[in-house]
Design a protein around this ligand. Structure first.
Ligand SMILES: C[S@@+](CC[C@H](N)C(=O)[O-])C[C@H]1O[C@@H](n2cnc3c(N)ncnc32)[C@H](O)[C@@H]1O
Length: 175
C-alpha cells in the first residue's frame, strides 16, 4: 500500500487503487472507525474537514454519519484521483501541500484518520494540527490518529480487539 518515497508515504504504483478497494468492514480499521463514530456523537448536518482523506473512505464514513458537507484534503495526488472517482455527493476533495485551502473557522469539526502514523516528526504533527485547528469554528477539535501494525496479507487481518494494539484517539483543543 503506502510506500516510503523521499521520507513520505506514496500511494503510486497501484497503492491508491488498492486503498480505494479496502472498505472498513472486516479490516483492521473497523475498530478504529467505530471508536471515532462514538467519539464524534451526533454530527448530522455539520461541516467537516477530513485531513488526509486518502481514497475517500473516511469522507464517505463522515457522510454516512450524517455530516452535511465534507472537505477531504490529501497531499497524495493518486489518492485524490481515487477519491474524486467515487463521485461522492456532498464531498469536495482537494489536493493540498501543507496549506489547507479553506477559510479560517469554516468547519464544525475535523478528523484525521490513519494519517498521523505517516507524519515523521513532532514538528510535522504540530504544523498539521495548527493548520487543521485554524479551520475550526469553535473550540473542541477531535484529531484522531489510529494506527495498527498491519499484516501484509489481508486474509490475516483481524477485527478481534484482543489481537490488536489499542487505537489512539487524540483530542486537541483549539486555542
Ligand atoms: C493511510 S491513508 C488514510 C486515508 C483515510 N483517512 C482513511 O482512513 O481511509 C493516509 C493518508 O494521509 C495522507 N497524508 C499524510 N500526511 C499528510 C499531510 N501532511 N497532509 C495531507 N495528507 C496527508 C496520505 O497521503 C494518505 O492518503
Amino acid at each position: 500500500m503506502g510506500s516510503a518515497c523521499g521520507g513520505r508515504s506514496s500511494y503510486a504504483s497501484g497503492g491508491a487503487e488498492l486503498y480505494a478497494s479496502l472498505g472498513i468492514e472486516g479490516t483492521t480499521y473497523e475498530i478504529g472507525f467505530e471508536a471515532v463514530r462514538r467519539a464524534l456523537g451526533d454530527i448530522r448536518g455539520q461541516v467537516f474537514l477530513d485531513f488526509g482523506c486518502g481514497a475517500g473512505r473516511s469522507a464517505a464514513f463522515l457522510r454516512s454519519l450524517g455530516a452535511g458537507r465534507v472537505y477531504g484534503v490529501d497531499r497524495d495526488q493518486d489518492m485524490i484521483g481515487q477519491a474524486l472517482a467515487m463521485r461522492l455527493d456532498g464531498v469536495v476533495f482537494t489536493h493540498v501541500d501543507e496549506v489547507i485551502p479553506l477559510p479560517d473557522e469554516s468547519v464544525d469539526g475535523a478528523v484525521s484518520l490513519n494519517v498521523f502514523i505517516e507524519l515523521r516528526s513532532l514538528a510535522e504533527m504540530g504544523r498539521a494540527c495548527r493548520e487543521v485547528a485554524s479551520t475550526l469554528r469553535q473550540a473542541g477539535l477531535t484529531v484522531t490518529a489510529i494506527g495498527y501494525p498491519m499484516p501484509r496479507d489481508p486474509s490475516a487481518w483481524s477485527t478481534d480487539e484482543a489481537l490488536l494494539s489499542p487505537c489512539i484517539v487524540l483530542t486537541a483543543v483549539k486555542a
